[in-house]
Design a protein around this ligand. Structure first.
Ligand SMILES: Cc1ncc(COP(=O)(O)O)c(C=O)c1O
Length: 359
């Protein structure tokens, strides 16, 4: 089947591009002698996990409980659960998961650590954890200079074991159009994390993990010596926001939402059969809208649940029935909207893969 014969809307994965993206990041990690632990939230596809592991990944990163379960079900033996595990169900999962695989937990408070320690000691196991650092994104994480203090406070907890420090330097996303500032922010995050690790080691903790991860930093900045592990996710597919920030070109974007023009009643602004439920509502980092129709130089400027309105470029020349490919702003949000993705090589459809671990 040719792509042009597909029903719309559909989400389409270009396998040649995915293979290239996976190979490039694997080369970068291997050239810097760091472990690569890709984030599963981007693909949600076990077939892609297999490709990443075959390319040398040491394991996977995940955010949600469902993602962790999906990874364990497909036999991944080493996972960093990069979220705080609190609440009975998450604590149970953290412990259950560690019976099946090596699952490292992220901790940024005494509360999470104590709950995890209590649950793990009831089970009679020791759970490995990393201290999550806030290097500037202001989400989870303690300030880097507070890591050693937290490590010391948790030293007495015998059912959890400190193995390292991690940060997600997602604040690099602020530097659209300013690669020098992006590189400076990425390097500062890595060096703050390495300094926190040094302080912990000086206090007697033996750390094996110094983990950073974001696609803009890893595609743009060098990997600092001393970093042991990188956790990019979006690099697997790339998207319009990554193109805007300079991580990739349009030809690297491996996932697009296929849509057809269904109405052309307002001159110059064709309506397609893809909207918020196909692309997600994730914001653009570069001028608004919900995605880009690259060939037409157009933006999906307005999105409703199942309708999208194209504007700019040659959008006005599209006719009812014409097919377009929309590169989403943020591919991880878009993939998460779908239960199946259509896999293509060039213009030929070669299969359909089921997404896993969605809520
Ligand atoms: C904890 C953590 N690590 C790694 C990543 C991967 O970052 P990116 O999607 O920029 O590759 C994310 C992304 O949200 C994250 O939250």
């Amino acid at each position: 089947v040719n792509v042009s014969e597909l029903g719309t809307p559909a989400i389409v994965l270009d396998l040649d591009r995915v293979e290239r993206n996976i190979a490039r990041m694997a080369e970068k990690a291997s050239a810097a002698s760091v472990d690569l632990r890709p984030h599963f939230k981007t693909s949600k596809l076990l077939e892609v996990v297999d490709m990443q592991m075959a390319a040398g990944a040491v394991g996977m990163t995940c955010a949600t409980d469902r993602e962790l379960e999906a990874l364990l079900d497909c036999g991944v033996e080493s996972v960093l659960w990069a979220h705080q595990a609190i609440g009975r169900q998450r604590l149970d999962l953290a412990v259950r998961a560690n019976r099946r695989a090596d699952v490292i937990l992220a901790v940024d408070s005494v509360e999470v650590a104590a709950a995890l320690d209590e649950r793990a000691s009831r089970e009679g196991i020791v759970v490995p954890y990393v201290i999550e650092l806030d290097t500037g994104m202001h989400r989870c994480g303690v300030r880097p200079d507070a890591a050693v203090g937290l490590a010391q406070e948790l030293r007495a907890l015998s059912a959890i074991e400190l193995v390292g420090v991690m940060t997600h330097e997602g604040h690099v996303h602020h530097h659209v159009g300013d690669p020098a500032a992006l590189v400076a922010t990425a390097r500062a995050a890595a060096s703050d994390l390495l300094e926190a690790a040094r302080q912990c080691e000086a206090a007697g903790f033996a750390l094996s993990v110094t983990s950073i991860g974001s696609t803009p930093a890893l595609t743009t900045a060098p990997i600092e010596p001393g970093i042991s592990e990188v956790r990019p996710g979006t690099y697997t597919f790339f998207d319009a926001n990554q193109v805007a920030i300079g991580s990739a070109g349009w030809d690297d974007c491996a996932v697009s939402v296929l849509a057809r023009v269904v109405s052309h009643n307002r001159r110059g602004s064709p309506v397609v059969d893809a909207g918020l439920k196909e692309l997600s509502g994730d914001a653009s980092n570069n001028g608004g809208g919900y995605g880009r129709v690259v060939e037409a130089g157009a933006t999906l400027a307005h999105a409703y649940e199942e309708h999208g309105v194209l504007e700019a470029g040659s959008a006005g020349r599209l006719a009812v029935g014409d097919m377009v490919r929309i590169v989403p702003n943020h591919v991880c949000g878009a993939v998460n909207m779908w239960s199946r993705v259509t896999v293509v090589r060039g213009e030929t459809v070669i299969g359909e893969w089921a997404t896993r671990g969605r809520r």
